[in-house]
Every structure is written in C-alpha cells, then in structure tokens.
Ligand binder design. Structure first.
Ligand code: ARG
Length: 724
C-alpha cells in the first residue's frame, strides 16, 4: 500500500514538475535557474509571465526592478523616475540620521513635495543585477581534495580576481563571486551600483513601526512598514556620486501596482536579497545554538538594550540618537529568543539527526564513499565538543554583541590609525591635514552618542565578562581593573569616561588640535578596546584549525547529502544574492485550537490603540480616516481596509522591503517580517507554520494618498488593470 502510494506521489510529482520533493513554498531560488527548476511549478500555481519576462539578460525583465538596498535590504523600482519602495525599518537609519528635535522625522514622518526636497543619504547605495553565471568549474579548477583549507582558499582567491576583472568593464560594474552549497558551487554576479539615493517619503513611526518591538516578529500585524526613496543617475543616465545636477534614474523596468487585493490561495512570489540562512546546519550546530550561541546573545544584548531604553525614555535627544541602534539590536535579540524557542518546540535537533542518520548509512554503504564522507559526522562532533569545552561561543558572541552595542568599543578601534600618523613626525599644518579624516570620524561618532549611556554599557559588559568568560580568557584590561580599581568595573568605567580623550566631542577635538602619541596610547578607552580586540585575535588564532575542520566537514556533508538524494533539488542557503520564492497567500494554525486568518484590517489598529504606550499610539489623522472609513479606492470589495497579509513564502533578513507580486508580476505588497511560531526558520523551514508578513500595497497607497496627501507620488505610480 505504502509503496503504491509512494509511486503515485512520485509520478504525480514528476508530472507536476515537482522533482524537488520540496513543498513549492520552501526554497530561495536563483533567478537564473528558475526556468529549468521551478517554472513549471510556478505556472501551475498561477504565474502568468514567461521565463523571459522574469529573468532575461538581454532585454528588460522583472529582475531589473528589484534592487539590493545598501547590502542590508531589498527595494523595488515603482516608477519611470526611479522611485523605490522599501520597508520603513530599512529606511529607519536614514530617517533617524536626518532627524533632530526640530525635525523629528521619526515621530512626524517625512514627505518631499518635490524632487528638490528629497534628502540625500551618504553611503547608501542601490545595486542592480546585470547578470549572473555559474563559474564553479573555473573556481575549482586548481583545487585538489587533499589540499588544506588555507591552500584551497588561496587557490580559489586567485581565480576570483580574474573572474571579477573579466566582467568589470573597466570598473563600470561591481562584480562578486560567491560560494554556494557551503563551497561546493560558485556563481559570479555583475552589478551596476548607484550611489545617489534620496529619501522621498516616510510615514511617522506610529504607522511605519506601529506595534514596535512588542509586535515585531509576530502576527496579527498592523504595521505600515514602508518608506520611499529615489535613485538618481548622472545626466548621462549612468551611476554618479551625489550632485545637484543628477537626475532621477530612467529604469529598465518598474513594477505596476495591483489593486486586486489578496485572497486565500492566490499565487504570490517574493523577489529580493535574503542575507543568510543556515538550512544545512547539523544537529551539532543546533545544540550549540540552543545551549550556547542564543543564550550568549540574549544575555548581553538584553542588558545593553535595557540600559539604552532606560536612558531613551528619559530624554528625547537620547531617544532620537539611539533609535536606530536600539531597533537593530532589539530586532536581532528578539529573533534569537524566538529562534531558541522554535528550535526546541519544533524538535529541530531530532529532525536534523534523522537526516544525518540517513547520510551516515549512505556514506558507509560503499568503501569509496566511506573514504570521502566517512569521517564527516565524527569531525563535526569533535569540533563542536571542543568549542563547547572552551566556551568558544560565549567568548565570540559576548565580543560581537559588545562591539555592536557599545560605541565606546568601536570608536578607539576606528581612530587607532592615528598612531602611525603621530609616529610619522609630521607637525603643524601638515599634521593637521593628515588628521582631517579623524575630525570627520569624530563628527559621525558623537552625533548619535550619549556618554552617560555609554559609560553604563561599558560597565555592564565588563561585569558580564567577569561572570561568564573563563578567567584565563579574560582580556588583560581586567588585570588593570583588579590592580588599580580593586576589581570595581563601575569605578573603572567612570574613570575611563572622565579621563579619556575619546569620550566626548570637545575632548576629542581638543586632543586632535594638540595630539600626543603618549596620551593616545595611555588612554583608558583605547586600552580597553585594544585589550578586547587582542584577546579576540588570540582566541581566533587558537580556534582557526577547528574552523577549517568545520568548514570542510560541512562542505562534504552538503555535497554528500545532495549526492545521496539525486532526485531532490536542494536550494542553496541565502547569501545576499538575488532570489525568488513562490507560494500562496495563506492563513495558519499557530497552536492547538488557534487559527490565524491571513489578513488584518484597520479595525485592528483601533483595537490595539493605547495612547499611554508609545508603541501603540495611533496618529489622530489616521484615526479619523479609519473612523470615517475614508478609504477611497484603496478599500477591498466589502469597503474594508486591509493592512497586512500572510503568505507562505520562504524569506529571511535582507528580504525586508521585497516586493510580493501576483501572477502577473504586479505589486500586491511589501514583505517585512517573519512569524513567531517559526523563528527557527533560518535553520529549518516549517511548511505548516512558517509565514511571511506583508504590508498590503493598498494600505501603503492609503497612507500616501489620504494620510500624507502626497499626490506627487501617487501620480508617478502606474496601476495594473483590475482583474477582479
Ligand atoms: N523583524 C523585522 C525584520 O527583521 C524588522 C522589524 C522592525 N521593527 C521593529 N519593531 N523593530 O525584518
């Protein structure tokens, strides 16, 4: 019976072009291979476009409307004047940078009523994918199985340079080569990078971040998570640095807006730049994540957030200064809490173990296979055991999060290049000219910086280190703290902030005006960071051989896994390259007896409203629109106003801002989040539970039109003909 059923499923699967055995919703596929691997499925599910309409390197196609925004998010072109939609949380840092107590765009939103009012953003880029190709054979040409990992890396690096140069068109393009399937395959990507990207519009945080960190990573959701930018080119249409002479980009392709609305089961695909997944992490890695990695991040991150929040609540200035850093860390921190929970609840360890048992049986069934893959699982066990014994992950993550959450850990590192200049013997004007970049650094550093907050963060980090990092691995600054400050980390932090020339803008600039190498090298802030950094380097050196062993075992594991299941098409982990995921608009059952519908309405905004909680304030004008049902042509066919909807697409961080498209390739919303019940999704996809949270494009239109009255933007958009 079982066998017959199996055969039937297999035949049906092949007939449907399913070869994969994956549910179609799982997988982040490379656009170049969509025609070969996924097109039949996509078409069956509702895609109406031809393969050439979605990915073509000779003619304009859908892929030309999808961009990598600043290497951390996705955006899409929505007008013939280079207008871009992305998430509010993707624009958040830019919005924060332009904000001050006088112009608080975080709180009030920002709407440019003409091109002249759009705000430039230094350092923010937009990359268009020109094409990609498979370069595996060339990258691995000189690689031999018996090579050490460093020999292997060197052999690969040599080819990388050649491959990049070939396609760079004398610097016109940015070319990158990336490893896939844990280094078993390599592809080359050619990008055209635009550097003049301006902010055109953003709703207030009470819309764009409605629900705040409480609702973050959760459904039901009522967040209008969008912001609007514009790409500019030089007068010749080519990439150019910011200049008043630049003009709005004339794009190859832009998306039309669909006002059809969503229904359960509708075809939905998401294009974008997912950052990183670890779907081939083994049971050993799952254990490390649950027992060591996530707890370390949660503990240090939680402490830093608590300190920031308490100071942000006391001062508007500090609130604005720390808004973006806080949101970034809070987002990551909550993600890790959800990930731990999900890994445990969903028995991911057991599932991975099952896959590994099959792998072992396959590897050991044949002598020649055994020679290649026979040690893989044992090697993984050995590496992870050694990591655990040495508390490697605690040390690693305490440091990473400390550098991420404490500006005082970063700044001395950035400025240490000064030492060489001071040693060079330059004097007077010549010296001051060499120090110019350091004055600039200071301006950046002290803009979003509050010394009192930073002092508390430094003390807290030191305290946690003392508690949880083995004594023999503590950075040597602790010797000084013990000897001169009786082990009192608060006293040390206080003294450091008092005496260091790196802790306030005034002191720093006074120091630059009369610099001294002795003062710099004896500076407590410099000593602190330097000590943490050297201890990190020492630690890294000591575990480098383990890292190599892990890399090799993981590569062989993925290679063996694919060979042992030749009928299954494995998709590669996300690595910030363009991907497409396709599925449906879909509800889910988050827990026994609980059903979550696939759309939310504006009524839910009023249900959640709480004027005493900054996360749930509803702006008066929005409230009026909702109460008067002033939804115009953006309402659904029952006159109700949809805010967000769910789909079963497979996305991760980096996809934020991605367009979610219907079968015609028209824009139905922007993807912006994942859901709480499947937060282990970066490690194991959960078809029954995993959902993408999208903001409905009609809600985006409502806010632009009725809330902001930004008709200049609405007029630029093109709407697809209604099909229902
Ligand atoms: N969880 C979202 C993501 O990683 C970010 C949401 C930002 N919102 C917030 N309340 N922090 O894509």
């Amino acid at each position: 019976m079982k066998k017959i059923l199996f055969t039937l499923i297999l035949i049906a699967g092949i007939a449907a072009g399913l070869r994969a055995g994956n549910p179609p919703d799982e997988g982040m596929w490379l656009p170049m291979f969509v025609e070969r691997l996924n097109y039949v499925d996509m078409q069956k599910m509702g895609l109406k476009l031809t393969p050439q309409e979605i990915y073509d390197i000779n003619n304009s196609s859908l892929k030309d409307a999808i961009v990598n925004l600043g290497d951390f998010c996705t955006a899409e072109v929505v007008s013939d004047k280079g207008l871009l939609f992305t998430n509010h949380h993707c624009g958040y840092d830019a919005i924060q940078t332009h904000s001050s107590i006088e112009h608080d765009y975080l709180t009030d939103g920002f709407w440019a009523s003409s091109l002249e009012e759009e705000l430039p953003n230094e350092g923010l880029t937009v990359s268009f994918l020109v094409k990609m190709d498979d370069v595996t054979t060339r990258v691995l040409a000189d690689v031999k199985p018996e090579m050490s990992e460093s020999e292997r890396s060197a052999a690969i690096a040599k080819v990388y340079e050649v491959l990049k140069k070939e396609e760079s068109a004398d610097g016109k393009y940015d070319v990158s080569v990336k490893g896939f399937y844990n280094g078993n395959e390599y592809y080359r990507f050619v990008y055209e990078v635009y550097e003049d990207v301006r902010l055109a519009g953003a709703p207030p945080s009470a819309i764009g971040k409605f629900g705040g960190d409480t609702d973050n990573w959760m459904w039901p959701r009522h967040t209008g998570d969008f912001s609007i930018f514009r790409v500019y080119s030089g007068p010749d249409g080519k990439p150019a640095p910011y200049s008043k002479e630049n003009i709005p980009l004339k794009p190859k392709h832009f998306l039309k807006i669909s006002l059809d609305g969503v229904e359960r089961g509708d075809y939905a695909m998401i294009w974008g730049y997912p950052g990183a997944t670890d779907r081939y992490r083994t049971s050993h890695g799952i254990q490390a994540t649950i027992n060591e990695i996530d707890p370390a991040i949660i503990k240090v991150g939680g402490k830093i957030l608590e300190i920031m929040k308490s100071d942000m609540d006391k001062s508007d200035e500090v609130r604005i200064q720390y808004a973006s850093n806080y949101a970034g860390l809070a987002n990551f921190w909550k993600n890790k809490i959800g990930e731990s929970r999900g890994l445990k609840r969903l028995d991911v360890y057991e599932k991975k173990k099952g896959i590994e048992d099959k792998f072992a049986a396959w590897a050991n069934a044949d002598e020649s296979r055994k020679a290649i893959y026979g040690n893989v699982l044992q090697d993984l066990t050995d590496v992870y055991n050694t990591y655990a014994e040495s508390k490697y992950y605690t040390k690693l993550w305490y440091l990473q999060i400390s550098f991420f959450g404490s500006q005082m850990m970063q700044f001395p590192m950035q400025t240490q290049g000064m030492i060489n200049i001071l040693k060079s013997g330059q004097k007077g004007e010549e010296l001051q000219a060499s120090l110019a970049p350091f004055y600039e650094m200071g301006k950046g550093q002290f803009k979003d910086y509050n010394p009192a907050t930073e002092e508390k963060i430094v003390a807290a980090i030191l305290e946690l280190y003392r508690q949880d990092v083995p004594a023999d691995a503590l950075p040597d600054i602790f010797n000084l703290i013990d000897k001169k400050y009786k082990g009192d980390v608060n006293l040390f932090a206080k003294k450091m902030f008092e005496t260091s020339v790196l802790t306030t803008r005034e002191k720093y600039e006074a120091f630059l005006a009369k610099p001294s190498i002795k003062v710099f090298e004896n500076d407590l802030a410099y000593k602190l960071t330097n000590s943490f950094y050297s201890s990190f380097m020492t630690q890294n050196m000591s575990v480098a051989p383990l890292g190599d062993k892990l890399k090799k075992a993981q590569r062989l594991f993925v290679d063996g896994l694919r060979k042992s299941n030749p009928d299954k098409v494995y998709y590669p982990d996300a690595n910030s390259t363009m991907r497409v995921t396709f599925g449906q608009v879909l509800d889910y059952f988050p827990a026994d007896a609980v059903h979550y519908d696939y759309v939310t309405y504006t009524d839910g905004i009023l249900e959640k409203e709480d004027p005493t909680n900054e996360e749930f304030i509803v702006p008066a004008r929005l409230k009026e629109i909702i109460e008067k049902k002033d939804f115009g042509r953006w309402a659904d066919k029952n006159g109700k106003m949809v805010v967000g909807f769910l789909s079963n697409n497979d996305i991760t961080g980096g996809n934020s801002g991605s367009p979610i498209l219907n079968g015609n390739g028209d824009l139905i919303g922007l993807a912006f989040d994942g859901n709480w019940e499947a937060m282990s999704g970066d490690i194991a996809f959960e078809p029954e539970l995993q959902r993408t949270i999208n903001v409905d494009i009609r809600y985006v239109m409502l806010i632009i039109d009725k809330y902001a009255n930004a008709q200049n933007l609405i007029n630029e958009l093109k709407f697809a003909e209604k099909t229902r």
